[in-house]
Design a protein around this ligand. Structure first.
Ligand SMILES: [Zn+2]
Length: 429
């Protein structure tokens, strides 16, 4: 809570005004090179100014978690973290093999995407953190309409997709189960939850006119649809699977929704498809690095804050070799950026879930390219089971490849690499 309070209290001076971390974020993607770089420097400077506090908070958290693991007779904080995340069908050896496969197959393809990006933008490789954030010179894709337009488009998509999704999304709209607009005094962020007493899901969001608005009605609605399909399941704890299982519902639904990309994004449709696939793919090295870092930290609870920073910097060189670590941007380019990742402080070992799920979702993406209806049948088979089985069993029963199999990662890489390389980016600047 101290960490969350500290970050929430940030007042960052930038171009004559003062911003919070959330408010300065859009400037970090600004298409203007000078503004974008200044925003990265201003935000990084704030973290740097607060580094003693951030170091000491994490130091205390690691110490207490290690002590808890010892009192419970466990090997270390890693084992404790796995139990707390209810890892019930794979262990750290499986996860370490996943780390290795990401380094072996995904990193080289991601590096290729970044090299092309640098070339397209006329930037130096390796990229600075600020330039890495800019995918296209003309900025990120924008939705073709306002909130009502996006929800109407989503309605048409879910109507056409299947009888189940049609019934689901109509119930969401009729029951006013989506609070989407950003209004004064409303809490930030977005999520999906269940209201069990009424056997309905609920979606909370803060629409802001970006592509994130479309991703909300596809990603969060993927979670909500899974809840809807399992809303009468007893006991209630088996409605949802564990976290990595849940993220398959949502991340895969984002790819099924490509069917309506033209409607959602209009003239930016081509830009969206490319950046969505490239972005989903390149997220995996970062997410895996977050997990790898935590393994190092809890296996060596005696590390000093300086040693932890050095470890993050070492991992950056392995997982994200396209980034320039020259100290130009304070905090980030010093290899200390892990301190802005809330999960590392608040929810140890909750991050690899996104990477495992993204690998499965990319498998769906590949299936969709082949045969949309067949892919949807697999999705329904997976989703209908709710949380009645453990993650690996859900995949097996739905006929989906496991992210713990090196072949799965290799195959996903080959397909994504081929598709991205063949993608026609002419006319997109
Ligand atoms: Zn999610």
């Amino acid at each position: 809570m101290e960490y969350e309070k500290l970050l929430a209290s940030a007042q960052i001076p930038f171009r004559g005004k003062v911003y919070t971390i959330a408010q300065i974020a859009p400037f970090k993607n600004d298409a203007d090179d000078e503004i974008r770089l200044a925003a990265w420097k201003a935000e990084g400077g704030w973290y740097k100014d607060n580094q003693d506090k951030l170091d000491s908070l994490y130091d205390r958290l690691v110490a207490i978690r290690h002590e808890m693991s010892q009192k419970l007779g466990l090997k270390d904080g890693v084992e404790l973290g796995y139990y707390r995340m209810t890892r019930n069908c794979y262990d750290r050896n499986d996860v370490e093999k996943f780390h290795d496969a990401v380094i072996k197959y995904i990193v080289p393809v991601a590096d290729g995407i970044r090299r092309k990006q640098a070339e397209r933008l006329g930037m130096q490789y390796p990229l600075s953190f600020a330039d890495n954030a800019l995918m296209f010179r003309s900025g990120n894709p924008k939705p073709a309409g306002d909130a009502d337009y996006i929800v109407d488009t989503a309605g048409r998509f879910y109507d056409a997709l299947s009888p189940e999704t049609s019934e689901f999304f109509r119930a969401m709209r009729e029951g006013e189960l989506m609070d989407l607009l950003s209004t004064e005094g409303k809490e930030g962020g977005g999520y999906c939850t269940s209201i069990h007493d009424y056997e309905v899901p609920f979606i909370f969001a803060n629409f802001n006119g970006t592509q994130g608005d479309v991703e909300t009605v596809t990603h969060e609605a993927g979670h909500a649809f899974a809840d809807w399909m399992n809303r009468t399941r007893v006991p209630v704890d088996t409605v949802w699977p564990s976290m990595e299982g849940c993220e398959v519902h949502s991340m895969s639904m984002e790819f099924f929704a490509w069917k309506s990309t033209e409607e959602f994004f209009g003239k930016d449709a081509d830009k969206f498809r490319y950046s969505h696939l490239a972005g989903s793919f390149m997220f995996i090295p970062y997410g895996t690095m977050v997990d790898h870092f935590q393994h190092s930290v809890y296996e060596h609870p005696e590390m000093t804050p300086a040693e932890r920073h050095a470890e993050w910097k070492r991992l950056l060189g392995i997982y994200m070799p396209w980034l320039r670590l020259d100290g130009d941007i304070p905090f980030y380019a010093d290899g200390e950026g892990w301190q802005r990742q809330h999960h590392i402080y608040g929810m140890p070992f909750y991050y690899i879930d996104y990477c495992l799920a993204q690998t499965v979702a990319l498998g769906f993406w590949a299936m969709i390219q082949n045969d949309y209806d067949d892919a949807w049948e697999h999705y329904m088979a997976y989703t209908k089971m709710g949380g009645s089985e453990v993650f690996t069993k859900l995949l097996e029963k739905a006929g989906l490849a496991s992210p713990f199999d090196e072949e799965t990662i290799k195959e996903v890489c080959e397909k994504a690499d081929k598709w991205l390389n063949a993608y026609d980016l002419t006319g997109i600047d």
